[in-house]
Design a binder for this molecule. Structure first.
Ligand code: LCS
Length: 401
């Protein structure tokens, strides 16, 4: 079956964050905030969900579950879910894990919020690299834990780990946890086995918990292969792996994610918290299982389409915004774009592009914690025709400054 990623789908009246939530999320403003563009006119390249329809096989699985007509309290009892997910892990990453290590969370964010509180005491610290997905910082702030940041090194758009800096910070006896992003949002780096092993060795040397957030691990360029941190560190007991079908198959609103916890006491602690972990949404479960069982071909076609989008953006920027630094990332559907040469003074870039280009995007240190001045992040998971319009507006707004 050929899937159509060029279809433009109207998301109005679906309570989508993407269409209706940008004022509060990007601008920390209420519904009265005005722009020169109406909400309908914006090109939305911000929050990390997709403008593509969820695979029809997944929609059908939800419908089939609806046809059973009762939606009572649910947990994962049937072995079919584990078989589907571990089968996916085997097929995609040549990696597997024991069933008893798998727990569920409505999302990786809720899991991070809980785990930071569980694993890091009040006077202790959490270590991340920057730029970072903002919720890594929020998970520390929410729990009143101190955040320590190790900036990634940047060589003309190629990001790498500053191991000396990371180790120096990990050696602080108050640091207890590294939240690791593999592949990395926003730079799109896929860490090599060697890089992962070095990070793992640092965690091991200082006895740190290591949460490996691998939510983007299926959204990779064609021909790439994701290497789970757990595959590189097969025996490290303090490793926790987070994976989900939510980004891959555009199911984020269904709130279902896999957390693989090796330490039995931590699993018990998570289960003891409350009802956020343990009970699952039966529609989300049906959808996720179907995605892992039947979503492979759709994902292959999605990857080809996204690769085309990235090439389109690279070509367009080279021709129209030659001073922007951009490299097609190894993973994610997110373009991490350095426009600092066009903005010599620090500026609120999301505000600039919303007002001057009618494009909603994220960028800068405010949203990506640090090491992000002069950067914007463009979500490319949408029909190419929309991207073309967004890029044209972005380039015109910059060139007219
Ligand atoms: N972890 C990473 C690295 C993410 O990029 C995201 C979503 C999440 C966790 C969220 O997981 P959930 O709670 O949905 O399971 N990233 C987004 C982003 O960059 N913009 O909007 C969402």
């Amino acid at each position: 079956m050929q899937y159509n990623f060029d279809e433009i789908i109207d998301r109005k009246h679906t309570n989508a964050m993407n269409t209706d939530g940008f004022r509060s999320y990007i601008f920390h403003a209420g519904p009265d905030m005005k722009f020169p563009y109406s909400d309908d006119e914006f090109i939305r390249m911000w929050v990390a969900d997709m403008e593509f329809a969820t695979p029809p096989e997944v929609c059908q699985a939800i419908k089939d579950r609806v046809d059973k007509r009762i939606f009572g309290y649910s947990q994962v009892f049937d072995p079919g879910y584990y078989e589907a997910f571990s089968g996916w892990c085997g097929k995609m990453y040549d990696w597997d894990f024991p069933k008893e290590q798998l727990v569920f969370s409505p999302g990786i964010i809720p899991a991070l919020y809980e785990l930071v509180g569980d694993l890091v005491a009040a006077d202790e610290k959490v270590l991340i690299t920057t730029p970072a997905y903002g919720f890594f910082k929020h998970a520390a702030t929410y729990n009143n834990r101190t955040l320590v940041c190790s900036p990634l090194k940047n060589d003309n758009g190629w990001f790498s780990i500053d191991f000396a800096d990371l180790e120096q910070k990990a050696a602080d006896p108050k640091v207890k946890l590294i939240i690791w992003c593999n592949p990395h949002n926003p730079t799109g780096r896929m860490w090599t086995a060697e890089e992962t092993a070095r990070v793992g060795a640092i965690a091991e040397k200082y006895g740190l918990w290591l949460i490996s957030d691998e939510i983007h691990c299926d959204l990779i360029r064609q021909g790439k292969k994701h290497i789970p941190t757990a595959k590189v560190m097969p025996d490290y007991p303090k490793l926790i792996t987070c994976m989900a079908a939510s980004k891959t198959f555009n199911l984020a609103g269904l709130m279902f994610s896999n957390i693989i916890v090796r330490d039995a006491a931590v699993r018990q602690q998570m289960a003891a918290h409350d009802k956020t972990i343990g009970l699952v949404n039966p529609l989300s479960l049906a959808a996720t299982q179907a995605a892992y069982e039947q979503g492979g071909e759709w994902l292959k076609q999605l990857q080809a389409y996204l690769d085309g989008n990235f090439q389109f953006v690279a070509d367009y920027l080279a021709a129209n915004l030659p001073q922007a630094v951009f490299r097609i990332p190894e993973s994610t559907y997110l373009a991490w774009l350095d426009v600092s040469l066009y903005f010599p003074e620090t500026e609120d870039l999301p505000m600039f592009f919303a007002n001057k280009a009618g494009v909603l995007l994220e960028g800068g240190d405010g949203m990506f914690v640090g090491n992000a001045t002069g950067y914007v992040r463009l979500n490319l998971a949408m029909p190419r025709a929309i991207i073309a319009k967004g890029l044209q507006r972005i380039c015109e707004a910059i060139n007219q400054r």
